[in-house]
Design a protein around this ligand. Structure first.
Ligand SMILES: Cc1cc2nc3c(=O)[nH]c(=O)nc-3n(C[C@H](O)[C@H](O)[C@H](O)COP(=O)(O)O)c2cc1C
Length: 220
């Protein structure tokens, strides 16, 4: 995959984007230029996933009526109405009998996986997906969350802001986007231009949650 990075504005480097990103609660109505939005989507799906299964399903909610309905499904959080687009990160768990060809054929054509690797995955993936059983939903959501993190950091790097959102009712979000029972909702991510800055709320000291070798052995 080739991604054309817009060099008219210099993207922030990754550490700066990580440190600068804040959960933005108010957005300007300004639209995101289509080529910038496309770039963001390409950087989102550049995320890694378990066996490269890419179980995320990303729905871009832009229509005014859809935004109102999505906000109503999200405890009336106004970021969704204000932001020009909200990425809904859904996840479709990969079933053991699903067709692996599109993924395996592409990796082989790209020279990334040789025939032995492809044969191994053809056998191992259905076995793995069977073994995790009910956890398939959770595993698909992990992939979608990693993709969403790519989106938020890429957005920050490219001059946009975002707000990770868990505050919504899953069945209502699914009804708004027309999702069936096969989809789980992972996260909502409104994206746009910040109307006002937010201060860093701080983080706990590393001694509270970073350990060495065993839980309880503080890193610092
Ligand atoms: C998974 C997740 C869910 C969140 N859900 C919401 C939400 O529904 N509404 C909201 O206003 N902020 C939400 N936030 C934003 C957090 O409150 C915010 O990230 C946190 O206070 C740290 O601030 P920072 O993102 O500026 O570092 C969420 C953040 C995460 C990571």
């Amino acid at each position: 995959m080739t991604i054309a990075i817009d060099r008219t504005t210099t993207p922030l480097d990754v550490p700066s984007a990580i440190l600068q990103r804040r959960a933005i609660k108010t957005f300007k109505p300004d639209p995101i230029p289509p080529e910038l939005l496309h770039q963001l989507i390409e950087l989102t799906v550049a995320a890694p996933s378990s066996f490269n299964l890419q179980e995320w399903r990303i729905i871009l909610v832009q229509d005014e009526e859809q935004k109102k309905a999505l906000a109503a499904a999200s405890w009336n959080q106004q970021q969704i109405i204000q932001a020009p687009v909200t990425f809904v990160f859904a996840a479709e768990p990969f079933l053991p009998d699903a067709d692996l060809s599109p993924i395996l054929d592409q990796a082989m054509a790209n020279g990334a996986w040789n025939e032995a690797t492809v044969n191994y995955f053809r056998d191992a993936i259905p076995k793995f997906q069977t073994a995790i059983g009910d956890k398939r939903r959770e595993y698909a959501i992990k992939d979608a969350m990693i993709a969403a993190t790519h989106t938020a950091l890429a957005a920050e790097s490219l001059g946009l802001s975002s707000c990770f959102m868990n505050g919504w009712i899953e069945d209502q979000v699914k009804a708004v986007i027309g999702a069936g029972n096969n989809l789980a909702i992972a996260l909502l991510l409104p994206i746009g231009y910040a109307a006002e800055p937010r201060k860093h709320p701080g983080r706990l000291p590393l001694s509270a949650n970073v350990f060495v070798d065993r839980v309880g052995h503080s890193y610092s």
